[in-house]
Design a protein around this ligand. Sequence first.
Ligand code: FES
Length: 166
Amino acid sequence: MDVPLAEQGEVADLDSIVAILQRALSEQMEVVYSAKVLEEARHPGNMGSMLEPDGYAIVQGSCGDTMEVFLRLDGSRIEVAAFMTDGCGPTVACGSMLTKMVQGMTLEQAGAIEAADVITALDGLPAENVHCATLAVITLGEAIANHHSRRGQDSGEPCSGPPTMD
Ligand code: FES
């Protein structure tokens, strides 16, 4: 079906308005977020689930969004870490950066990472997104605790519970 010329003009106008809005939004994001945050949010690494992980946790953050962390271990070292989230772009960036950072670390080293370390690696986050990094780090801590708990159960040793969120 042919679109009348008048309507074609309206579609073209709408397209250019959308393009202008997208450009404005993109420019605004570049002012608010670092290039690293935008890169990790747009092209996250390690995003996905894992079958039969050695450690796993899902945590709901204060904003209501969730993050999952999956760990595959080689002895006490993290061979692969993956994450999933239904959260915002900065949370995707935090999950991506954190799972990259822990690759090859011992569980002890990974467990010592703080939200500030992730924020530094991302060249900063706006104050309203600091909790996104906290969510990622807490979920990693829970996944590590989950691994220890499973091992405790395997060996008959008493298992320590996961760290609590407040
Ligand atoms: Fe909910 Fe980022 S984790 S806003």
